[in-house]
Ligand binder design. Structure first.
Ligand code: HEM
Length: 429
């Protein structure tokens, strides 16, 4: 997609085709010959893992849609029918449900990798922002999908989250209620809601697919970041994507498939909620309405703020703030490897997210509410205080002169220090 093409058609047919539609050339230059930093670690395999997750969700979802019935009287039983009677439904349904969790696990690792190594910094801002749009679309898809089995948690989760729009009544009286009624297609979550949620749940993954194409395109314009945060400056800093990065990606994917398969085959319901095995009942509210685990940190932020509108604003801001990260971080160094203070802010932030996740699963009562407020403050402090201030105050540690030197540890290049892992190579001792 960028730079000089090294593709050479091997036969007359491929030459003829290349002159008319150079799609093979595009693929070759983007995924075979593409220069990849030689020091990428396994955290860089998650982009490929995410592509796998998206395709797996699309394939299993399309098959499920052949048997699923988006009707409030039949939806719950149609899912049970898929799991019990349809050929291989016992496999396809958990692959899709567990797959959603694995997709979010992978995307969170992917985002934290980006935050740690400063992959959002120039020239990768657009790549990062496209990632945030993908995250938003994934969240919408996950939420819509969870309503489809039409269990108790599906119904009440949909009720709680759509009702958040009613907080706009505080801005313009009646506006929020009107939006909620419009979203529902009636005066409560019901058949019309289920139908449109199914339609949108089928549509959005294709929107995600389009965004991923732009995301990968932007990646190929800027080039990949790497653990040092340095750019590729000389040919020795890079290796061709095939076979080096591709082999590593495939290995990473198979390792990722181990926990995935473990959940599908041995604990297919573990990540879900027991209440969703009770058919939706508009007359019985479950004692604790909780979303899927991947929404829990945001749910904790929502409930931490005493006002409904304030909670909604905080929750939405918690995600949208990611868009501004490239400009909030004032450091001239990308990678946390060379940022002695910000590195600790990063780990404190990771802990904050886990704590919020735990608090989101707890009932909305003391002491959890107070803790949720403290961690909500810390969540925003990371972006609004740590990123701009630490970037200015901190003195980065000495950087290697190039990616190659960080790998091979040439004397003098790292100020006499051996790069991590180098001492394991006896010839360099
Ligand atoms: C469906 C979801 C996604 C897919 C399929 C996807 C795909 C990819 C792929 C294939 C790469 C290159 C390989 C790698 O660096 O791991 C990549 C890189 C990147 N992605 Fe994503 N991505 C997704 C979501 C996101 C999200 C939600 C964000 C951030 C909010 C994000 C931010 C980035 C960044 C900053 C890079 C460049 C990393 C670097 O070179 O250091 N991505 N993505």
């Amino acid at each position: 997609m960028s730079g000089h093409s090294t593709y050479e058609p091997k036969s007359n047919v491929s030459k003829w085709f290349d002159e008319r539609l150079p799609v093979v050339r595009l693929m070759h230059d983007s995924f075979v010959a593409f220069p990849t930093p030689r020091n990428l670690n396994y955290l860089w395999t998650f982009g490929g893992i995410l592509v796998f997750c998206l395709v797996a969700q699309l394939v299993t979802g399309i098959i499920l849609a052949m048997h699923y019935v988006p009707n409030d009287q039949m939806a719950f039983n149609s899912v049970q029918h898929i799991k019990r009677d349809v050929n291989y439904g016992w496999l396809i349904q958990p692959m899709h449900a567990v797959g959603a969790s694995m997709f979010f696990l992978a995307v969170y690792i992917h985002i934290f990798r980006g935050l740690y190594y400063g992959s959002y910094k120039a020239p990768r801002e657009v790549l990062w922002i496209l990632g945030v749009f993908i995250l938003l679309a994934m969240m919408a898809t996950g939420f819509l999908g969870y309503t489809l089995p039409w269990g108790q948690m599906s119904f009440w989760g949909a009720t709680v989250i759509t009702n958040l729009f009613s907080s706009l009544d505080g801005v313009i009286p009646g506006l929020g209620t009107a939006i909620v009624t419009w979203l529902w297609g009636g005066f409560s979550v019901g058949n019309a809601t289920l139908n449109r949620f199914f339609s949108l749940h089928y549509l959005l993954p294709f929107v995600i697919f389009g965004l991923v194409i732009l995301h990968v395109w932007a990646l190929h314009v800027a080039g990949q970041n790497n653990p040092t945060g340095l750019e590729i400056k000389q040919p020795a800093d890079a290796v061709p994507m095939y076979p080096y990065a591709v082999t590593k990606d495939v290995f990473g994917m198979f390792v990722f498939l181990i926990p995935f398969a473990y959940f599908v085959f041995f604990m297919p319901d573990w990540l879900g909620h027991a209440d969703n095995y009770t058919p939706a009942d508009p007359l019985v509210t479950p004692p604790h309405i909780v979303p899927e685990w991947y929404f829990l940190p945001f749910y904790a932020i929502l409930r931490a703020i005493p006002s409904k509108l304030g909670g909604v604003i905080a929750m939405v801001s918690a995600i949208v703030i990611l868009v501004f990260v490239p400009w909030l971080d004032t450091s001239r160094v990308r990678s946390c490897k060379y940022r002695p203070i910000f590195k600790w802010c990063f780990w404190a932030f990771a802990f904050t997210c886990l704590a919020l996740g735990y608090l989101g699963a707890m009932p909305a009562e003391e002491p959890y509410i107070t803790w949720a407020r403290i961690f909500t403050f810390l969540y925003f402090a990371f972006f609004l205080l740590a990123m701009p201030i630490v970037g200015i105050l901190e003195t980065p540690s000495k950087l290697p002169r190039s990616i190659m030197e960080s790998v091979l540890g040439k004397p003098g290049s790292t100020g006499g220090h051996m790069p991590a892992g180098a001492s394991a190579a006896p010839e360099k001792r």
